[in-house]
Ligand binder design. Structure first.
Ligand SMILES: [Zn+2]
Length: 239
């Protein structure tokens, strides 16, 4: 293998690595329609759960009032029975009338308090059923999109695996020619996506540093070892 071939093939390894990076990245990049549908679905879930909590709060408040109402109605019933029992005691009659009036006022107050709670519960229940319907209608669409995305990811992983085999083979072949260059390449690739860059007007196109003449001469000669940028450590090639 000539040095020029070695450089060309090392550059190919890098192109493959960048393509593999792109495939990996695509995996995490959700299609916009799926992302949008997922977030709408989650929003609906939240809204339904908030409404259920609210319905629960209203129900507890209604029940508390209902218990109180029952209690006052029982007291009222007893007061009326007592009033009848003491029908001939005029002093007691006045007392009972006052008591009955007080109890009736309280009963009316509680009934008035209950009315808006019942209305609220009805409108919440209505809203809940609308949202639940929407939620149910959206589910098959979301499941379809999720299924498509699983297939998309599967295909990406398959392509990745195939390309990785080709890349690894080329990498191994090149390592047997110049292990040092390939090790350097692998080390730089750990932190930078492009480990091998061209020289642009005497500068490293990776970090833009002006390169020393000695390095430029080495690169121009195109012979091993592959020269590295003293600033960023990237391997340098002629274009
Ligand atoms: Zn550099």
């Amino acid at each position: 293998m000539t040095t020029a071939d070695f450089f060309t093939q090392l550059y190919q390894v890098q192109s493959m690595d960048l393509e593999l990076d792109r495939l990996r990245h695509s995996e995490t990049h959700l299609p916009p329609l799926l992302a949008e549908t997922r977030s709408q679905f989650e929003l609906l879930n939240e809204q339904i759960s908030e409404i259920l909590d609210e319905i629960d709060r209203v129900r507890r408040a209604s029940e508390k009032n209902e218990r109180e109402l029952e209690d006052y109605q029982a007291k009222l019933g007893r007061a009326r029975a007592e009033q009848i029992k003491n029908a001939y005691d005029s002093k007691a009659q006045t007392q009972y009338e006052n008591l009955i009036q007080q109890l009736q006022d309280r009963v009316s107050e509680i009934e008035e308090a209950l009315e808006p709670l019942y209305e609220r519960r009805e409108s919440l229940t209505q809203k809940k059923s609308e949202l639940t319907k929407e939620h149910k209608a959206m589910r098959p669409r979301l499941e379809e999109l999720e299924g498509q995305d699983e297939k998309r990811i599967e295909a990406l992983r398959e392509t990745f695996a195939k390309q990785k085999v080709t890349r690894d083979k080329l990498f191994t072949d090149l390592s047997s020619v110049d292990r040092r260059a390939m090790t350097d390449y692998a080390i730089v690739r750990k932190t930078k996506s492009e480990a091998m860059v061209a020289i642009n007007n005497g500068r490293c196109s990776g970090c833009n540093m002006q390169l020393p003449m000695l390095i430029l001469q080495k690169v121009a000669a195109g012979k091993p070892p592959v020269p590295k940028c003293p600033s960023c450590g990237r391997l340098l090639i002629r274009v």
